[in-house]
Design a protein around this ligand. Sequence first.
Ligand code: ATP
Length: 583
Amino acid sequence: MKNLLHLRPYLLRYRRNIVFGVICIIVTNIFAVLAPRFIGAAVDVMSGSFTIADVLQNIGLYVLFAALSGFFLFLVRQNIIVASRKIEYDLKNDYYAHLQILSKSFYTATSTGELISRGTNDLNAVRDFLGPGIMYSINTFFRLFFALVAMVLISPQLTLLALIPAPFLSYSVYRIGKSMQQKTRSIQESYADITNLVQENISGIRVVKTYTREALETERFRKLNNTYYGKNLSLAKLQAMFFAFLTALLALSLIPVIWVGGINVINGTMTIGDIAQFVIYVSMLSWPIISIGWVTNIIQKAASAQTRLNEIFSTRPDIADGPDSSISDRPVQGRLAFHQVSFHYPGNRENPVLDKISFDIEPSSTVAIVGATGSGKSTLVNLIPRLQDPVEGSITIDGQDIRTMPLAELRRMIGFVPQNNFLFSDTIASNIDYGSTESNTDAVIEASRIANLYDDISDFPEGFDTMLGEKGINLSGGQKQRTCIARALAWKPKLLILDDALSAVDTSTEASIFKSLLDKLPDTTLILISHRISTVKNCDRIMVLKDGRIAESGSHDELLARESIYAELYNQQLLEDEISSLG
Ligand SMILES: Nc1ncnc2c1ncn2[C@@H]1O[C@H](COP(=O)(O)OP(=O)(O)OP(=O)(O)O)[C@@H](O)[C@H]1O
């Protein structure tokens, strides 16, 4: 329950609404509890000789008090429910903003479905607590208090009789509430599983279709949905039994009240009007008492939802700005150096991907990294924009350790095109312009020309305003890759990293892009990962990665002369080219 304390700053932010709402709860209950007095009075008036005017006067007052109670109830909702919506809005913004700062490692360990479920389902549960939860809790307290005072004033004896079921009620609320909490937690977990499956399945729908797994995927969903349905049904059954039990208990509690009350009327110690008024109070208590169970459920649901949200809020990014991060005013040259850099993935210390790697890249030069698949090329370049940090050693740009630079400044220097490109469902222009704070048509056109994309876009009826489907589904593989390159170029980086970013374009387009890069960005340091010798052979330097180390380094000609790993790779690709040209 203490997890809900996380909400304190939000509640304080809207304290005016909440305090005013609570005052209105008190006022609405005063009117609600005073109103039945006029029913009692009307009944008593009718027990003797009376005029219609006497009855109408009491009925009129009853209607007036009931209306006033309703008006203040409206103000209660206006303030407390509105505050809960505002807090939900703030919480959603904070949740999303927090997700933005979390590191790559967090996203590697947490599924998208899980995060969506927490941001929707769990947040709704918290909102229900902040609105109806708080409102009904406070209302229950004051309704019970005022109604009990009014009942005691009529007859302490009858009040005691009416309260006989209360201990049973409290105990059953406690027991059933606990069971409800467990069921609710389990439902929320099931919902996260379903969200995850749907998200993954729809993202991978092309694979599902190619492998004709539609029926299997439908069955997987059906099973999860069935579990979710079963759990919900079980909770609904429990709730139904709970409410039926409460209603029966409350109805039974009226029997001794009317029995003993009737005897009191016969003895002349009470009037029929008192009994009528008393019965109204007992039924007025029924909703607050029932809502104890309901509110308990809401609070328990919110407590477990908030626990799950707090897990995210308390996760700190493992890569962030250092306390004294700063950057010099000198223009960036783009000299990149690795100093004894080692890296292993969490829990895999025995198999470092990079093992004490050192190298120095001259500003404005072009360097290629080659190596067998899984040799650590992507891991190495991920360290440069600090998507992950080395476990040992350091990386410098122009002599400054990148960990001492503000993260945003560091990333601003780097144009990074990762192996798995990603495009947003937006126009091509917006995708290319993604890194800029203001749209810059000239920069978009210039970047698309260098990336050899301009002619393709010109052929589209809507040109740069063409809307892309999810992940750029309406572009070819090569067009997607070139759009991602254009995005990195529009950013005008000092360091451009292309991680296998030209694999889907043909060799002549690739050569043309490479030439444009060298001509138009002469001051940019280019780091290129590729499996194709045709791509890397024109680079100033080629580094061959093997067993976590730089096994060879030099120009194309130097490495061929060595007749080692690179030469072997070269000869193998020559042979493959010859065979395919024969075919
Ligand atoms: N997030 C991760 N968690 C654990 N291990 C990982 C992770 N990412 C990569 N690896 C492992 O690290 C090693 C290097 O992977 P990396 O992607 O850097 O290789 P690569 O040389 O770029 O491969 P490719 O040429 O196939 O793209 C591989 O053995 C891979 O299984």
